[in-house]
Design a protein around this ligand. Structure first.
Ligand SMILES: C[S@@+](CC[C@H](N)C(=O)[O-])C[C@H]1O[C@@H](n2cnc3c(N)ncnc32)[C@H](O)[C@@H]1O
Length: 217
């Protein structure tokens, strides 16, 4: 049975619990390539705000030495993650967790991780969520472990395109606590303050960026 549901600002088709995100379909290949270039190829990856789970299964299917721990506070998203994992018979993807990154101490739900990833999340959430994500990631990561963020970012106070400026305004109109984050002014200093140094920034299609941060060895 197929239906449609609005979540995280987009209409998603739903088929036997599996949700289909139009933006994930467009961006999943370049995100996977950036992830595989910047992140560990083996060990445990904790994903925060996995949404439909499509990025999780797309990357995990290509990297069998990774053990992927996807999750989302939204129950329908967790059902979708589990359904995608079962649909593709992936043995390196765990049952979804329900971590809310704004809750201090969320990282206690896991043992240490080689990587933490959050895709398209910190602009559609209050800034406290970015703060909680980055602080928890720093505590969870092994020495040398990496945090991977993907999404729209402004760079040193400047939007990288008119469409990102419009998107930022639309986000803030929807919820004044949301908004496109600034990589140099907001995120890198926050990461630095908890011992995560920015090691790579990759320009992605549609005015997005992938950014990798590393915990000292
Ligand atoms: C725009 S969706 C992106 C989903 C997926 N990563 C993708 O790129 O297709 C943002 C996701 O972040 C989740 N989210 C929002 N606030 C969160 C929080 N405080 N902690 C963890 N996840 C959160 C939402 O439930 C939603 O599934």
């Amino acid at each position: 049975m197929s239906e449609e549901r609005e979540i995280a600002l987009e209409a998603r088709a739903v088929k036997a619990s599996r949700m289909f995100s139009p933006s994930a379909a467009r961006n999943r290949d370049p995100i996977r390539e950036a992830f595989l270039a910047l992140m560990p190829r083996q060990g445990t990856i904790v994903e925060i705000g996995s949404g439909t789970g499509e990025h999780a299964v797309h990357i995990a299917a290509a990297a069998p030495l990774l053990f992927w721990r996807p999750g989302d506070p939204d129950a329908a998203s967790r059902a979708s993650i589990a359904a995608w994992t079962a649909h593709l018979s992936l043995e390196n993807v765990a049952a979804p967790h329900a971590v809310d990154a704004s809750i201090a101490g969320w990282e206690a739900a896991f043992d240490e991780a080689d990587g933490v990833v959050s895709i398209n999340m910190i602009h559609i959430a209050p800034f406290e969520v970015a703060e909680g994500l980055i602080a928890g990631a720093s505590r969870l990561l092994k020495p040398g472990g990496r945090l991977f963020l993907y999404g729209p970012f402004s760079r040193d106070g400047v939007h990288t395109s008119p469409s990102n400026a419009e998107f930022d305004a639309a986000l803030r109109a929807r919820d004044s606590r949301w908004g496109v984050r600034d990589l140099e002014r907001d995120i890198a200093p926050l990461a630095e303050s908890v011992g995560l140094s920015i090691v790579a920034v990759v320009a992605m299609p549609a005015n997005n960026f992938s950014a990798a941060f590393q915990k000292a060895r």
